[in-house]
Write a protein of this length. Structure first.
Length: 74
């Protein structure tokens, strides 16, 4: 019975300490924003479009994408 209580307490601790991005408990997933610089860059340009590199801006423009911070404003 004591073992069941210990497992329940450990599960509650793991749920609290899980990563908000990948829900990793033991460690972050390979694609997590905290580990992968490309994913971090993608998140950062969505939040702050001015961080988009000139090269990526040209690529998106050639694909017909309009990238601006107007959509981010609330």
């Amino acid at each position: 019975m004591n073992n069941i209580e210990s497992t329940k307490h450990q599960d509650q601790h793991n749920a609290i300490s899980a990563c908000a991005c990948c829900l990793g408990i033991q460690g972050h997933e390979a694609w997590c924003v905290t580990r992968d610089p490309n994913v971090h860059y993608a998140y950062s340009i969505v939040l702050e479009p001015r961080k988009l590199t000139i090269g990526d801006s040209l690529i998106l423009h050639s694909l017909g994408v309009t990238w601006s911070d107007l959509a981010v404003r609330r």
